[in-house]
Design a protein around this ligand. Structure first.
Ligand code: ATP
Length: 347
């Protein structure tokens, strides 16, 4: 999208600048720039309500459209689709310049990729389930998020909670997607149209997971079709491979609702959890058998010193492996319990 240089000059506010609302009379003291978007800049600011995020733009149409989306989001019960809207006003910069702005809740936290890089890919499961719940509610209201990408997903908490920011791409179902980023756009990969429908967002969800596994985004190859290239990527990463079925269906637009995708996702996770159990039992059984055998043959152990030394080494190795395995099992257990807790608590 074309950048408006005048806007960028005016919108480059330094720390301490006071933005005064012409109509509502609220004052906001700029702390720092949070980010620059295509339509304006977002600042962290101090206000009588505490820290807030303030978006300033020369483009009053864009501000109005985003404000309308945030208002609509606030009516969707039980979700955290976007930051809550706190104020909408104009700022009289000088005698000739008036800039529209809106103030929203400051969502403190890392974006999706930063969070995953810090905590590990296993967290993607919990976050994607939350995202799918939010999308389901948004789609039910007749809207599509559009520009779904890791930068637009902030993780607040604890407990970790996914929040969609940058509502500029939110489009009414049936219309053409307003804003998109190539990597997350099914049109770019030749896997569908840019018509706003739930499957458009669900394709992007799959791409968010692919991006979480391959943080360096790749471009579409000229000589290979999009489907082949993306399916190949899925085969190359253990996390993606584990979610292959769901990802492939989402990429091919086979899900007509976020709920359907979420159900498949939950099913896949429960299958994985069940698979993990017998492996643990088998190992324990093996250990018990080995210990039993060892205690039943002390004589042969005494007469064969070499064998005993080897046995001791083996046992030491086994104990070490057992320790590592136990730690993994405990971490896995805690994670599953936490996931269930987060899942029930947040959904
Ligand atoms: N409510 C918020 N709380 C915290 N940070 C925010 C909030 N809103 C925006 N930001 C930060 O400001 C950045 C710019 O936000 P904005 O939504 O305007 O632009 P963008 O995502 O770059 O948009 P575009 O895709 O329109 O270019 C975001 O990437 C994010 O880092």
């Amino acid at each position: 999208m074309k950048k408006n240089t005048t806007m960028n000059q005016v919108c480059n506010l330094s720390s301490g600048t006071i933005v005064n609302g012409k109509w509502n009379g609220e004052n906001y003291t700029v702390i720092r720039l949070l980010g620059k978007g295509a339509t304006g800049n977002v600042y962290l600011a101090d206000s009588k309500k505490g820290k807030v995020a303030l978006k300033l733009s020369e483009n009053s149409m864009a501000i109005t459209s985003e404000v309308n989306v945030l208002k609509r989001f606030s009516k969707v019960q039980g979700t955290s689709l976007g930051p809550s809207l706190l104020d909408v006003d104009d700022w009289k910069v000088d005698s000739q310049k008036i800039l529209p702005f809106y103030v929203m809740e400051y969502v403190q936290g890392n974006n999706f990729l930063e969070f995953i890089q810090e905590r590990g890919i296993v967290w993607a499961d919990v976050l994607i389930l939350q995202l799918l719940s939010n999308l389901e509610k948004l789609h039910q209201q007749g809207w599509v998020f559009g520009d779904l990408k890791p930068e637009n997903l902030l993780i607040s908490g604890p407990p970790p909670k996914i929040r969609c920011i940058d509502v500029g791409g939110t489009t009414q179902q049936g219309r053409s997607i307003k804003e998109f980023t190539e990597f997350f756009d099914r049109g770019y990969w030749g896997l569908g149209t840019r018509k706003a429908e739930p499957s458009y967002d669900l394709f992007s969800v799959a791409m968010v997971l692919i991006n979480a596994s391959f943080p360096k985004r790749f471009t579409k190859k000229v000589d290979v079709d999009g489907k082949t290239q993306l399916f190949e990527r899925i085969e190359q990463h253990p996390y993606l491979l584990k979610h292959k079925q769901v990802l492939q269906k989402a990429l091919l637009g086979k899900y007509t609702s976020a709920l359907e995708m979420k159900t498949d996702f939950v099913h896949l996770l429960s299958v994985e959890t069940n698979k993990a159990k017998p492996r643990t039992q088998t190992y324990k059984t093996q250990m018990a058998t080995a210990n039993k055998a060892k205690s039943q043959s002390p004589k042969s152990a005494n007469s064969q010193a070499n064998q005993t030394r080897k046995q001791a080494k083996k046992t030491k190795r086994r104990k070490k492996t057992s320790g590592i395995l136990e730690t993994i099992i405990i971490i896995l257990g805690v994670f599953i319990i936490y996931s269930l807790y987060a899942y029930h608590y947040l959904m």
